[in-house]
Design a protein around this ligand. Sequence first.
Ligand SMILES: NC(=O)c1ccc[n+]([C@@H]2O[C@H](COP(=O)([O-])OP(=O)(O)OC[C@H]3O[C@@H](n4cnc5c(N)ncnc54)[C@H](OP(=O)(O)O)[C@@H]3O)[C@@H](O)[C@H]2O)c1
Length: 260
Amino acid sequence: MSTPIPVTLITGASSGIGEALARQLAAEEKQVLVLVARRQEKLAALASELSTAHGVKVEVIGLDLEKPGSAAALMAEVGQRGFVVDTLINNAGFGINDRFADMPLDRVQGMMQLNMVTLTELCHAVLPSMRARKGGRIMNIASVAAFQACPRFAVYGATKSYVLLFSEALAAEEGRNGIKVTAVCPGATETAFHDVAGNRGTFAAKIMDSADTVARSGMKALNSGRRMIVTGLMNKPLPFLVRISPRFIVTWFAGLLVAR
Ligand SMILES: NC(=O)c1ccc[n+]([C@@H]2O[C@H](COP(=O)([O-])OP(=O)(O)OC[C@H]3O[C@@H](n4cnc5c(N)ncnc54)[C@H](OP(=O)(O)O)[C@@H]3O)[C@@H](O)[C@H]2O)c1
């Protein structure tokens, strides 16, 4: 049996921050890329563009990561193609701007499955080989929504709090094994996220960073071994402000930013 080829696996690479990460990694790192999302045709077009422009091998896997068992299916496919994950970027995710009781339960379940469960299962699947090789990188995309309760994004905010705390704990556990883990916390970013979430027109969606900026800051933080990064200059003071302010005021203010 031949030695598995180390790859960078990016979930949610068909648009937004995931696509920006794929573009940067193809240009700068030359490692084989495996791009995952549901829209396989978008992934295939991106793969062809990146391999032509940069001479890198880019493979695509079309998969719905909201489905229970999808992380295991993805890892089986990666293994069958002769790959081992050297860098895992858990980026796929979505939110819904609405009152919790008014959200369809199946969308809530899908959000929790994608944002938390699949992300966790993928981390669990890649760590044994990373430990064996004494190296590897994991980037989990959280959000500034992780730092406080978010009315109208109640479940989304809570899933991102999970991603942040889970990732920071993982970084503390795995540093000694040579594995870098970074939670990236973007503020509002100009992507299709806001169309999917029904968030256009809110105050939060008026001041946005670009997906490129978020991707660049995230990769810099990952490579320098930072456990957490808040991207965008305006967002940097947020964790500190949240810590020193009364919780009910912070919650009220977070709701105000996404009121419709
Ligand atoms: N944009 C923001 O303001 C912002 C702020 C903070 C954090 N974030 C986080 O950043 C990450 C990327 O979002 P984005 O802003 O780049 O939004 P986006 O442009 O909507 O990208 C979301 C990506 O996730 C994929 N995805 C969604 N559901 C999926 C599923 N069931 N199975 C597989 N892939 C799925 C989408 O691909 P398909 O539709 O092709 O499946 C797409 O590639 C998310 O985790 C989001 O929570 C975004």
